[in-house]
Design a protein around this ligand. Structure first.
Ligand code: 13P
Ligand code: SF4
Length: 309
């Protein structure tokens, strides 16, 4: 009689067979994170992809992250569990609209958040993530005007941090973070008066104003580990709770539901599942395919970002 194999065992066997690495963003379901070779924020996962030497990357996150991994690994296979795992920020900035804006402002340096399509990256001077956006903007000569895209909240926050006046900011938003309400955060603070607040910079200004710490997904996790509080209100996607429990098992983490779904979950990130992960390792589909020209054009702005300390 054949021995029953769990889905986790099947994935690990496929991973060995394919000489594959599984990358998972912090917003993935815990059972996916448990099987990953690396878990991280978008910058850490891009760096992992840059250092990779195997045959296949199974990227458990969203499509733009897998595209970035492919640009950094043109001769390797990059697969995703679900092709429809997109991002509202990518949708907010189509490449043809960016080309039209660039024609009107040819003197501007284009700084694009990593949450953009590969075609937008190919039109950009440098990429940034929430972790390094301030350093990236500061790396551009002060007299050079900047077009920052596509996240309006991140852009406004970076402008405040850098004091940069000559910055045009695209008006895109994340459907998860931008719908966190300042009023609901204030209610949570009243309920947990000793709590500190950590927030992702994609949150609106009325949320960021109430935060004790603002940073990327991994930045939030690292800060929570040592922050002097037993209760922390976390204004980001609730998938981080898995890593938070690991780094700070004694603390209590509170998530404030957003106005859209009354939850704190990214519907795109949550499209991935163990079954779909097994499927993409088995069939090597859906797979990221990019033209050599697109890879060549998108690689430079990504590598410029990776060189910023
Ligand atoms: P991080 O760069 O913090 O991983 O953020 C990516 C993202 O999609 C946030 O919603
Ligand atoms: Fe995009 Fe927001 Fe989801 Fe992050 S949380 S992948 S920014 S929609």
């Amino acid at each position: 009689m054949p021995v029953a194999v769990s889905i986790q065992e099947e994935i690990l066997a496929l991973k060995r067979e394919r000489n594959a690495m599984i990358l998972a963003h912090h917003y993935q379901e815990p059972e996916i994170q448990e099987l990953a070779d690396a878990i991280g924020d978008s910058l850490e996962l891009a760096r992992k992809a840059q250092q990779y030497a195997g045959d296949v990357i199974a990227f458990c996150g969203v499509w733009f992250m897998a595209e970035t991994a492919k640009v950094l690994n043109p001769h390797r296979t990059v697969v995703v569990p679900d092709r429809e795992a997109g991002c509202s920020l990518v949708d907010a900035c189509p490449a043809d609209q960016l080309r039209a804006v660039k024609r009107r402002h040819p003197d501007h340096a284009v700084v694009s958040y990593i949450n953009t399509s590969v075609d937008v990256k190919a039109e950009s001077d440098i990429i940034c993530t929430s972790r390094n956006a301030v350093a990236v903007v500061n790396s551009i000569p002060a007299d050079k005007p900047i077009l920052f895209l596509p996240d309006v909240n991140l852009g406004n926050w970076v402008q405040k941090q850098t004091g940069r006046q000559n910055m045009k900011i695209w008006q895109g938003a994340c459907i998860v973070h931008a719908t966190f309400a300042g009023r609901k955060l204030a209610e949570a603070k009243a309920k947990f008066p000793d709590a500190l607040v950590a927030a992702h910079p994609e949150c609106p200004p009325e949320v960021l104003r109430q935060a004790d710490y603002i940073g990327s997904t991994s930045g939030i996790i690292q800060w929570c580990a040592t922050a002097p509080a037993d209760d922390i209100i976390v204004m980001t996607e609730s998938g981080v709770s898995h890593s938070l429990q690991r780094v700070a098992p004694g603390k209590r983490f509170h998530f404030v539901p957003n106005e859209n779904c009354n939850c704190s979950e990214c519907p795109y990130m949550k499209r991935n599942s163990l079954e779909k992960l097994a499927g993409c390792l088995r069939t090597l589909e859906p797979r990221v395919e990019l033209s050599p020209e697109t890879i060549e054009r998108a690689r430079l702005p990504i590598e410029r970002m990776l060189a910023v300390k």
